[in-house]
Design a protein around this ligand. Structure first.
Ligand SMILES: [Zn+2]
Length: 684
């Protein structure tokens, strides 16, 4: 590749076009691994040409002659990375999936090299921002800050050392995650009586082995029902310990080593702790601010959690005289028993009202009204025959706004999780944004005449998940019209990203909105208001106590990264913190830290979930309950938050939308909702 030196050549870089969808690069039929590799290579080559052109610019640096080229370099990596991620999750062909994983690593290496490229940093830091837009200024300042946080302005020896430390951290982190993912233990049940309470279909799937024993694994679908339904304390305790030691002892030393490496990186960069480094470019800003937030979280959840625990304890004692204490392994079981008795609510009862096709239509209709857009089914190709493609249009029904892909049901070899992903990062005047949902909801089955054989009934938690992921999707699409790729869609601070998704979840709790699509698949009956009320109350009970669990994870994630790791005793710290925050008795032998996977990706910043919940609930409170989808707040939210993508700091978006900083009141009310509803459990 030749370098491109003048601004005229810079525009030549901009015009380098290629198929923006990897799957369109297939010569015939399905995309092959080689074709995908070639497509990614073209993106990486375009990335390198743009960077070379950026470094060759002479004279005064401006956003147009320098930032534009940097942004094209970012855009090309985003494009390749997004589609490598998608194909790694969904490709039917194993060879393509494996290739996609390799390509994802190649893109991520190019990303790391870019983030440590000192010449690029110097070029960006030299840009004259006189007269630049607010978004452009924010983009340059944020990028320059991230370069400094990576240590790019340190001397050569320090940078080389930092590089080694980052590599070591990545290695340790991958090893930890792999041990968690692959770590599986089993629990042996010798006496079938121990299985009492487990659902019929669970028992049908578990038959005794030749010794007459039942072997149950720590995998989620095996483990979760035991913790929720098994009557036997002994069985739940064995499962609890097996589950929380599935990556122990291997991960104990790995975690200690990782904490030490992170601390060393932070020290080299002039920070007192990793937590201070990891929050420096986030909304939170510092470890001290996280502590303040944690203290408020603790206060907001304390009374409600104590009350819930007392109620469950009283209930359990009535059913099991002589019961003196409840431990960590009895929490799920007694909550389930209590909810059933107190609210007369069986989560199975609402499923017939949530056949997949209706839920999808309901989510789409809700989002279209809320955001003032039109969705139209498109004949464009997706990456698999299963995928439905929709064009997003303005209210005029003509102006294109973006496109999304719904890949919603399980299939062989597909990723088993639920996620929203960018497909094409939108840039104003250049690319329309495209995003996708990769989910595993029940699949409706039709016979050859188009009659429904299986409606694909969903759990209400599935419906909430659908709304959540759709919130991310709309963020990518409506926030994908920014001037720069580096500010598009999800490009907010990491601790703001769960706001739009958690906001949309709240709409599911509106009775009228729910009834607009929740109809019995056989009778057409609208989901009764009384059933919705019970469902909401049962869902609300235990929220404060559940928040104490979040508080425990949040505090642990911070504590482990905000002190000298040499002095950390993992067993002592996890136990003493648990006992200070939880009323449930600690079970000796619990090594939960060895499988706390979030410590890898989130490190000290597990607070993100609770923090974004606080903001999302305050945002939702601005909507008029009588006109949720059409109120003034809806238009304002689209304009001031969603459409901004990463153009403004999260803090500023909060202030723009609320006219102030977020308050805790909406969150506190949400935590204690079941008491506010005054549904006395006097029946008990
Ligand atoms: Zn999310």
């Amino acid at each position: 590749m030749t370098t491109v030196a003048s601004t005229a050549d810079a525009s030549a870089v901009l015009e380098m076009t290629a198929a923006i969808h990897a799957w369109e690069a297939a010569a015939s039929g399905d995309l092959t691994a080689e074709e995908f590799k070639a497509w990614v290579s073209e993106r990486i080559a375009a990335h390198e040409v743009a960077l070379a052109a950026l470094l060759a610019v002479e004279g005064k640096r401006t956003p147009e002659n320098s930032l534009r080229l940097y942004d094209v370099a970012v855009e090309q990596l985003n494009l390749a990375g997004a589609q490598a991620g998608v194909l790694n999750s969904v490709a039917a062909d194993t060879a393509v999936r494996d290739q996609a994983q390799e390509e994802a690593q190649r893109v991520s290496q190019a990303g790391t090299a870019l983030s440590l490229n000192r010449d690029v940093y110097l070029a960006l830091a030299a840009i004259d921002l006189t007269g630049a837009s607010e978004a452009t200024r924010h983009y340059v300042e944020r990028t320059v800050l991230s370069y400094r946080l990576a240590g790019v302005d340190k001397d050569d020896a320090t940078r080389a050392h930092l590089n080694k430390l980052h590599e070591r951290a990545t290695e340790l982190s991958l090893a930890f995650s792999r041990n968690v993912q692959e770590g599986a233990k089993t629990v042996v049940v010798q006496d079938a009586a121990e299985l009492e309470g487990l659902p019929e279909d669970y028992l049908a799937r578990h038959t005794p082995n030749c010794d007459g024993h039942f072997v149950i694994s720590t995998d989620q679908p095996d483990m979760q029902p035991v913790m929720t339904f098994a009557k036997s304390d002994a069985l739940r305790e064995r499962m609890f310990l097996a589950y929380h030691t599935r990556a122990y002892p291997e991960n104990k030393q790995i975690l200690l080593d990782l904490l030490a490496v992170r601390q060393e990186i932070a020290t080299l960069l002039g920070f007192t702790s990793w937590a201070n480094l990891a929050t420096a470019d986030q909304m939170m800003g510092s470890a001290a601010n996280v502590r303040t937030f944690i203290a408020r979280l603790e206060e907001a959840s304390r009374a409600g959690a104590e009350r819930e625990f007392r109620m469950v304890l009283k209930f359990a004692r009535e059913r099991k005289p002589g019961l003196t204490e409840m431990n960590a392994a009895s929490r799920g079981y007694w909550y389930e028993q209590y909810r059933r008795a107190a609210y007369d609510f069986d989560s199975q009862a609402v499923r017939p009202y949530f056949p997949y096709a209706q839920v999808e239509q309901g989510v789409l209709d809700t989002a279209a009204k809320l955001f003032g857009v039109v969705f139209r089914k498109s004949s464009a190709a997706g990456w698999h025959a299963d995928v439905s493609v929709y064009d997003v249009l303005d209210l005029d029904g003509e102006t294109p706004v973006g496109r999304f892909y719904l890949d919603m049901h399980p299939r062989e070899g597909k990723d088993k999780w639920f996620s929203a992903t960018p497909v094409v990062t939108g840039v104003r005047g250049r690319y329309l944004p495209e995003a996708g949902l990769i989910c595993n909801f029940p699949r409706p089955e039709l016979d050859e005449n188009g009659n429904v054989v299986d409606p694909g009934l969903m759990q209400y938690n599935d419906v909430v998940t659908y709304f959540h992921e759709f919130g991310h999707l709309m963020h990518a699409i409506l926030g994908g019209h920014t001037e720069w790729a580096g500010l598009s869609g999800f490009a907010t601070e990491g601790d703001f990203i769960e706001v739009p998704s958690q906001m949309l979840e709240e709409f599911f709790r509106d009775v009228e909105l729910l009834q607009s699509f929740a109809r019995h698949y056989e009778t057409g009956e609208v989901l009764p208001a009384e059933l919705i009320r019970k469902m909401k109350l049962a869902g609300a009970f235990g929220r404060a106590d559940g928040m104490r669990t979040q508080l425990y994870y949040t505090t642990l994630s911070l504590d482990l990264h905000d002190q000298d790791p040499a002095g950390i005793d993992l067993d002592r710290i996890t136990k003493s913190l648990y006992e200070s925050l939880q009323p449930w008795k600690w079970i000796d032998g619990n090594r939960m830290y060895a499988s706390f996977g979030h410590l890898m990706g989130y490190s000290s910043n597990y607070y993100t979930y609770a923090y974004d919940k606080v903001i999302a609930l305050d945002f939702f409170r601005q909507f008029d309950p009588a006109n949720l989808l059409g109120c003034e707040a809806a238009a304002k939210y689209r304009k001031l938050v969603i459409e901004q993508g990463g153009s403004r700091p999260g803090r500023q978006m909060v202030r723009d939308f609320l006219g102030r900083d977020e308050a805790f009141s909406a969150f506190s009310d949400w935590l204690n909702e079941e008491f506010a509803e005054e549904l006395a459990v006097s029946a008990l």
